[in-house]
Write a protein that binds this ligand. Structure first.
Ligand SMILES: Cc1ncc(COP(=O)(O)O)c(C=O)c1O
Length: 442
């Protein structure tokens, strides 16, 4: 299979790799040893075009000078400061910048180290907020089928991907799920938002009727479900969720770990859809994927509700050793600066049509049963091989890597999300390579 093993460690067995087919990988390793802008370098010296911004995170491309410089400077100046009862200026500066960037009304920021931690943080804020305002019976959380909210217990409980849930016991209790919005029969090959399915938001009313609003704390959804294979909501769907949550005193949480920081051609998915949640969950693109960091933006109303009682007492018993870590904060500031300097948070909108046309040119190729796109996100769904789900898409992934293109697959769906610095000719290269592979797939 791969010849990419010229520079590899002697023994690959010790590292139990995350979300990886370990035995397959270790028989035929795929190693990156360097990266610059849109390309990785493999251990056997090949260039691989990054069609996925790493894992949906390297939005400004690789090894960007401002970010590299900020990290090394910060490491030498202040490497670490305790996160609890102490501070350092850059975390406050970054929080202020984020508040400026997010939709009006989201005025406070909690820092974490990953998307998963951001999700747990958001769920805990939501539950605690309801308690603080005297609504302690509101303990239920509502997620969505096929949702991905990271891998921790709260996240997999509200998440809706069976493989991520089924091995881990009873999870959080008191969780319900909305139906997902994917509908191949009615919406296949939609360009941008699919037409059908806005009424699926009304399922929230059914859940409210079942449990009573007075027991429900929050609803969490990804504006566009990413990791499950790019499921795009119909027009009006998110607004309807907003209306129903507001009507019933339920908090709305947007998990924007993927849709945040320019992926849809707007700073956040909330901007794209014109719907502001009470809590906005981010990570990944916040630091361009370079240093682990997440940020959870919350409304002033939520924050202020906690600011009561004696002033020497901690208001919210939650946080991480590395919340607002100085090097991560420096990386975040330099990343936001890079986005601003290069107009990257809206560049996806400029490229969206070229991207859409390129992707939909794959219609009609063997096994392709749907193509979806929004901003600089795309998905090509393949008919699974009977009895061997995921095998066909995984074969496409391996072939793409051999041919110098990094794609991502989930189930039998190919997901694409290049860095926002991608050029039109690189989009062309992605599409042409993919077309060649699709023609030869079994
Ligand atoms: C929507 C969403 N939430 C949460 C996460 C988890 O983020 P992390 O892997 O940084 O924990 C992801 C990761 O892909 C995600 O897409």
């Amino acid at each position: 299979m791969s010849t990419n093993n010229a520079v590899v460690p002697n023994d690959l067995s010790a590292f139990w790799m995350p979300f990886t087919a370990n035995r397959q990988f270790k028989k035929s390793p795929r190693m990156f040893v360097a990266a610059k802008d849109m390309h990785y370098t493999t251990s056997d010296g090949r260039q691989v075009l990054d069609g996925t911004a790493g894992l949906w995170c390297v939005n400004a491309g690789h090894a960007r000078p401002k970010i590299v410089e900020a990290i090394s400077k910060q490491a030498a100046e202040l490497d670490y400061a305790p996160a609890f009862q102490m501070g350092h200026p850059k975390a406050f500066e970054l929080a202020n910048r984020l508040v400026d960037l997010t939709p009006d009304g989201l005025d406070h920021v909690l820092f974490t180290n990953s998307g998963s931690e951001s999700v747990e943080t958001a769920l805990k804020v939501a539950l605690a907020y309801q308690k603080v305002i005297g609504q302690g019976a509101r303990s239920r959380l509502i997620g969505r089928e096929r949702g991905y909210h990271g891998v921790n217990f709260g996240g997999i409980s509200v998440g809706g991907i069976v493989t991520n849930r089924k091995m881990f016991g009873t999870l959080l209790t008191g969780v319900d799920h909305l139906p997902h919005t994917h509908n191949l029969a009615k919406n296949a090959f939609s360009k941008g938002l699919p037409e059908h399915g806005v009424d699926l938001a009304d399922e929230l009313e059914r859940i409210v009727t079942l449990h009573d609003a007075s027991t429900i704390a929050a609803v969490i959804v990804e504006p566009v479900a990413g990791s499950t294979g790019v499921l795009i909501p119909p027009p009006g769907y998110l607004q309807r969720l907003r209306d129903i949550t507001k009507k019933h005193g339920i908090l709305l949480i947007f998990d924007e770990v993927i849709t945040g920081y320019g992926r849809l051609g707007t700073p956040f998915g909330a901007d794209y859809f014109g719907v502001t949640p009470d809590i906005l969950v981010t990570a990944k693109g916040l630091t361009n994927g370079v240093i682990p960091m997440g940020a959870v933006m919350v409304s002033k109303e939520i924050h202020d509700a906690f600011m009561q009682g004696p002033e020497h007492l901690i208001e919210f018993f939650h946080g991480y050793t590395y919340s607002g870590n100085p090097i991560a904060s420096a990386a975040g500031l330099a990343t936001l600066e890079t986005y601003k300097d290069e107009g990257l948070l809206t560049r996806g909108a400029d490229l969206a049509k070229v991207w859409e046309d390129g992707l939909h040119s794959l219609k009609g190729l063997p096994h392709v049963i749907d193509i979806r796109n929004i901003g600089l996100v795309g998905a090509v769904e393949l008919e699974p091989i009977a009895g061997h789900p995921t095998k066909r898409a995984f074969a496409a992934f391996l072939a793409a890597f051999e041919q110098g293109l990094l794609i991502r697959t989930t189930g039998d769906i190919i997901a694409l999300s290049p860095p926002l610095i991608v050029t039109e000719s690189q989009i062309d290269q992605i599409i042409t390579t993919l077309a060649g592979i699709l023609k030869t797939l079994e």
